[in-house]
Design a protein around this ligand. Structure first.
Ligand SMILES: *Cc1c(COP(=O)(O)O)cnc(C)c1O
Length: 424
């Protein structure tokens, strides 16, 4: 029995399912998850001394790779001065300014501790600002694990959501309207029917939580126009795609200016830190200036802020050029084997998904047509080949700038071999 399997047994006796976040359990692909001991650059090492090239990167948080020296140094230096004060610090200003420099639509910014918190607070703020209760989200988009966004769509063009988890009150889910992604007609219809009750559209502008989806050319602009027309806010959840698909996130890449933006993952440099922000007159509705309550004991935690700031300072043009070169090399190397097996790869910046279908999906319905059994085989073979992929067809993969060319070539070889196994 491997050490990881023994650890999993022990974990299960004290932690439900042995994991502190469900997807880590490998339920969608089978097999036991490796227990991780350490990471270095593009590599992960598990409890059985296996090395993997990491295409999860803590679910997108690690654009610089594991244990980047500048981040380690900043966090170490910060913690030596105290781990938390629950009082304002200068570093919070520096981080907020660094965020605003890169994402100018975020005129005012609040720091919090997770992406879940960021979207939860942004939704309350949108409701408080507009005086409306309903929100619109897209089928297959994920915005964290709180009640308002844990809903699944029924069938049909635009549906009132039913709870996607036990424990979510139907009355809460009923305030969330769900439409398919990339479908302009559906968003127009939902606004025609309920426009005067809708506080906000909440969307992953580049969805990654159903697999990576490319937004249609006009779609994000259409969301901007229609929310404006009906007096609703447009909230971009860039927790995953922020700083990853472009220096200024999806809003820079597609030139759409949302009212509010949520950030997480990369912005904390691998620590629990997230942010939400946007137009000044909206953000100034927050307590203590306004009537919308929002708070957090560890918000703006000095160690997390130091790591986030050290990370953002390294995100320059040269870094994004290198990221693009890595992505291009990966795509070029996998093009033929993928086409041969009738699979495809969808990439936006440094996030991508390999789909067990020939055509890039446009929405969640199409993603669900994938062959998840073949994907499970693919995943297992990749793991044996030393490549750590997200353990589900419905997740994006992420690479960091730490990948060297020979490591990219190793990924290409291992994934090509995994494709053969998955399709034999
Ligand atoms: C990861 C993610 C979240 C939730 O962030 P947590 O830090 O896990 O709470 C929200 N939205 C998107 C788009 C995400 O990818």
């Amino acid at each position: 029995m491997s050490r990881s399997s023994r650890l999993l047994d022990r974990a299960r006796a004290v932690i439900p399912g042995g994991v502190n976040s469900p997807v880590r359990a490998f339920a969608a692909v089978g097999g036991d998850p490796p227990f991780i001991v350490r990471g270095e650059g593009a590599q992960l090492f598990d409890a059985d001394d296996h090395a993997y090239l990491d295409l999860v990167g803590s679910w997108g948080a690690l654009l610089l790779g594991h244990a980047h020296p500048a981040v380690v140094e900043a966090a170490t230096e910060a913690i030596s001065r105290g781990s938390s004060f629950g009082a304002p610090t200068e570093a919070e200003i520096l981080l907020a300014e660094a965020i605003r420099d890169r994402v100018p639509s975020m005129e005012r910014i609040r720091l919090c501790s997770s992406g879940t918190e960021a979207t939860m607070h942004a939704i309350r703020l949108a409701r408080g600002f507009t005086g409306r209760d309903r929100i619109v989200k897209m089928d297959g988009c994920y915005h964290g694990a709180h009640d308002a966004v844990l809903v699944a769509a029924g069938s049909g063009l635009a549906t009132f959501a039913v709870p996607g988890s036990a424990g979510v009150p139907a009355a809460v889910a009923a305030n969330t309207l769900v439409v398919p992604f990339n479908d302009e007609a559906a968003i127009e219809q939902v606004f025609r029917e309920h426009g005067d009750q809708i506080a906000a559209i909440l969307v992953e502008p580049v969805p990654g939580n159903m697999g990576t989806i490319v937004p249609n050319e006009r779609y994000l602009h259409a969301l901007r126009e229609i929310s404006h027309q009906y007096g609703a806010l447009l909230i971009f959840d860039e927790v995953m795609c922020g700083f990853r698909v472009a220096p200024g996130g999806a809003q820079e890449l597609y030139r759409v200016k949302p009212d509010l933006t949520c950030l997480g993952k990369i912005v904390g440099g691998g620590f629990p830190l997230a942010a939400f922000g946007g137009r000044r007159e909206i953000m100034e509705k927050l307590s203590p200036l306004g009537p919308v309550y929002q708070a957090g004991t560890l918000s703006g935690n000095p160690v997390a802020v130091a790591a986030g700031l050290a990370t953002l300072r390294l995100l320059d043009d040269a870094l994004y050029e290198r990221l693009e070169a890595i992505g291009q090399r990966l795509e070029d190397g996998l093009r033929e084997p993928l086409a041969y097996h009738g699979w495809c790869m969808v990439r936006v910046g440094a996030m991508f998904t390999i789909y067990s279908r020939a055509e890039p999906p446009k929405d969640y319905v199409e993603v669900k047509e994938c062959d998840t059994t073949a994907f499970a085989t693919f995943h297992r073979a990749a793991l044996h080949g030393g490549v750590y992929l997200p353990p589900s067809q419905f997740e994006a993969a992420f690479y960091s700038v730490a990948f060297e060319d020979d490591q990219v070539d190793h990924v290409i070889a291992a994934l090509s071999a995994a494709l053969v196994e998955a399709n034999s």
